[in-house]
Design a protein. Structure first.
Length: 272
């Protein structure tokens, strides 16, 4: 032990301080832990609702999220406007992220509430968690610059597949996205955008129920249909801005996606 450290505790303290300085803010295992599957007991739900079958994406064993999904449906469908939806999400305790990763607040949406375009990202990160708004960190600033350059900055509402920060910024699990999905769908129904931009692989898989990677799906229009079949909208998967920060050479693909989207948004609607 170096002379500067008189106790093991001091050594540990110094190491922790080093990690904190280096930006480490969570201790993680190599693989994500699905706490619903692990039998975590969630706090009691606030609204009693009938149990509905949870959507099944693969044949593999899924945790039972039917109560939480049913509760989310009940809360979401009762919300008659965005303000009520925000209040409903804030009371929802069926998503474990609310207790595992997030600081204190739900991160729900920002932007124009009558936007013709909704951008759906993956999940809030540390900056979003601190400020309570989606896409306000480095990736968000890049997204804003790209939207502004495409003339879309006043024409978007931005949200995520889940409303609480996953610990250590891991990708949200299928179950976490499914319990938040009724709120995302209700947001789409209330905002009534004409199209969706899906930023990254996570929202693309969650909303479109596809398994292909984002690099093969980006730039391809795919219809999104709501769970009850009542709404269908064109959706365009694109690269996540955080990926673009790591791979600047890929920006040209995201830019061409945004141009295609703007062209479609500005195209006259209905028969010519
Ligand atoms: N990444 C996302 O997907 N969403 C955010 O809100 C911030 C970063």
């Amino acid at each position: 032990m170096p002379a500067a450290y008189s106790t093991q505790a001091q050594m540990a303290e110094s190491l922790l301080a080093f990690w904190v300085d280096a930006g480490v803010d969570a201790m993680l295992l190599d693989d994500p832990v699905d706490r619903i599957a692990a039998g975590r007991v969630l706090p009691p739900q606030r609204v009693a609702a009938p149990v509905v079958a949870a959507p099944v994406r693969t044949a593999s064993r899924q945790p039972d999220i039917s109560d939480a999904v049913a509760n989310a449906h009940a809360l979401a469908s009762a919300a008659q406007n965005l303000e009520a939806l925000v209040a409903a999400i804030a009371t929802f305790d069926g998503c474990p992220l609310r207790f595992d990763g997030a600081a204190s607040q739900a991160v729900i949406y920002r932007g124009n509430i009558s936007a013709p375009l909704m951008v759906i990202g993956e999940a809030p990160g540390a900056d979003e968690d601190a400020l309570g708004q989606p896409f306000v960190g480095r990736a968000g600033k890049l997204l804003d610059r790209m939207l502004a350059a495409a003339g879309l900055d006043e024409r978007v509402l931005i949200t995520n597949t889940v409303f609480w920060r996953p610990p250590g910024n891991r990708t949200p699990t299928y179950a976490e996205q499914e319990v938040c999905a009724p709120f995302v769908e209700r947001m789409i129904a209330l905002v009534r955008p004409r199209m969706l931009l899906l930023a990254g692989g996570a929202p693309t898989k969650a909303l479109l129920k596809v398994e292909d990677g984002i690099l093969s799906l980006r730039g391809r229009w795919i219809d999104w249909t709501s769970a009850d079949g009542s709404m269908t909208l064109p959706a365009l998967p694109t690269l996540h801005p955080a990926f673009l920060l790591r791979q600047p050479a890929a920006k040209k693909h995201a830019w061409s996606d945004l141009l295609a989207l703007t062209e479609r948004l500005d195209r006259p609607v209905g028969p010519l």
